[in-house]
Design a protein around this ligand. Structure first.
Ligand code: AP5
Length: 224
């Protein structure tokens, strides 16, 4: 990486592996991960004002209002660890958020260096989301078939209880996929029309995708 800051968007439908991969990418590039879904879940768990406003939208698989999300991202960009830049995971999800991100970066004298999009067939997304389990204590993620813990129902890192996310119920999964098609796919189209989108096959083993994303991110950093 150069001394320039690096700002990447990692897009993809629910279950595409954004969280799994953004964490690794942030570590390999020395930047922070800004995952709006994780931040909102933490706000719900803390019963903060934001959490109380966001909870009903999240449980239904609907999008949380743009103004709340943009304020959240604005604050996150100032947090320690984001000095080198950020990978946005699950953001922007609407055209309004995409425009808002441009403003937030411009205000800091920055711009987006690249957009990476994970592509995964819909049947696979449904398999991944319905089998996902998350540690109630530390948030580590598993999959009952693709990435199972050594002891069923227990986190390998902290021994915490593994639970299903409330929005990983079949009906909510279907709604999230349809919200993605209607609200978020146009964001990807907008990026495609402007600076281009780097499409990455997300239907492969996790390590293989991680290595590919690392290479693509390095190329984008070198171009910027
Ligand atoms: P969010 O948390 O962002 O959920 P999402 O976009 O629906 O994405 P997921 O977290 O479900 O999937 P992922 O792509 O991160 O996949 P993961 O790595 O977990 O948002 C939740 C809610 O918050 C939204 O519905 C909305 O209400 C609200 N929200 C969040 N951001 C918002 C915004 N910007 N604006 C408005 N509202 C917002 O992987 C999934 C599973 O697959 C795991 O079990 C994993 O182990 C497994 N897996 C991953 N990769 C592979 C692989 N290669 N092979 C096999 N299994 C794999």
């Amino acid at each position: 990486m150069t001394d320039e800051r690096l700002f990447l968007v990692l897009m993809g439908p629910p279950g595409a592996g954004k969280g799994t991969q953004a964490k690794r990418l942030a570590e390999s590039e020395g930047i922070c991960q800004i995952a709006t879904g994780d931040l909102l879940r933490a706000a719900v768990a803390a019963d903060s004002e934001l959490g109380r406003k966001a909870e009903s939208y999240m449980e239904a698989g609907e999008l949380v209002p743009d103004d709340l999300i943009l304020d959240l991202v604005d604050q996150e960009l100032e947090r320690p660890g984001c000095e080198g830049g950020a990978v946005f995971d699950g953001f922007p999800r609407t055209l309004e958020q995409a425009r808002g991100l441009e403003v937030l970066l411009e205000r800091r004298g920055e711009s987006l260096d690249g957009v990476l999009a994970l592509e995964v067939p819909e049947e696979e997304l449904i398999r991944r989301l319905s089998g996902r389990r998350v540690c109630k204590s530390c948030g580590k993620m598993y999959h009952i078939r693709f990435d199972p813990p050594r002891q069923e129902g227990r986190c390998e890192e902290c021994g915490g209880e593994l639970v299903q996310r409330p929005d990983d119920q079949p009906e909510t999964i279907r709604n999230r996929l349809s919200v993605y098609r209607e609200e978020t796919r146009p964001v990807r189209d907008r990026y495609e029309d402007r600076a281009g989108v780097t499409v990455v096959d997300g239907d492969r083993p996790i390590d293989e995708i991680a290595a590919d994303l690392r290479d693509r991110a390095a190329a984008l950093a070198a171009e910027s």
